[in-house]
Design a protein around this ligand. Sequence first.
Ligand code: PAF
Length: 281
Amino acid sequence: MRVVHTVAELRAALAGQTGTALVPTMGNLHAGHMSLVELAKRHGRPVVASIFVNPLQFGAGEDFERYPRTLAADCEKLAAAGCDLVFAPDVAEMYPVPQTFTVQPPASLANDLCGAFRPGHFSGVATVVLKLFNLVQPRVAVFGKKDFQQLQVIRELVRQFNLPIDILAGGTLREADGLAMSSRNAYLGASERIQAPHLQRELAAIVAAVQAGEREFEALCATAGRHLRMAGWRVDYIALRDAATLQAPTPDSTRLVVLGAAWLGSTRLIDNLDFGLGHPA
Ligand code: PAF
């Protein structure tokens, strides 16, 4: 596996390749990322993983500075997983001039759910992902369903800009107690780590209620939020949406997703469960 840090090296390494599979990451890789590499390997070669903590997608006061940077360990894991090439640029390489051209996702997506609490976040994500797509020119790109709204933003980016890239979604990997794997889990203190699966349990309770026939969606979400607040969480949102559109479910919705974002101390966790109506998640 090669590791390159510059655009010139990346382009030279990929010259003539037409079947590249890209796995964009911000590093601090865990088993969830490795499952995305496995998925990428089944759909394209060479497999390229990018590792870049993208300042554009962090707001003021967010965790850009403290986001864990673990390049050597990440490269060991990627090599073991069969990745072919790692692109790990620094900020000056990715943004040699201020990135004043940015991608603005549709407001209905970008200002909703996480976007309502992290203004500009999805513009930052879409902008760096478009740059990565231009640099790597992949045939397929793999993103985790853990960031369900991000996945939707990227699918829309590809659709509206006619990008010839198939977007593949990798399922969320969980710890034994149900906590979704995330690089940010590293921020949790010992007692927070014990509490952290509570978010997933509240989402699962909503799924079970809906599958049992309950249709008072707002009440279900409000109850879950109340349970979390009573346990000491600060809740940004708990919401139930159509999984295809991320809008409110309609009578025609066949697949739903329940999404949540909440804070344990200074750590913001997100999670989601998508499920078919009448079928187990
Ligand atoms: O999901 C992430 O790790 C990031 O948002 C991404 C897609 C690599 C863009 O920086």
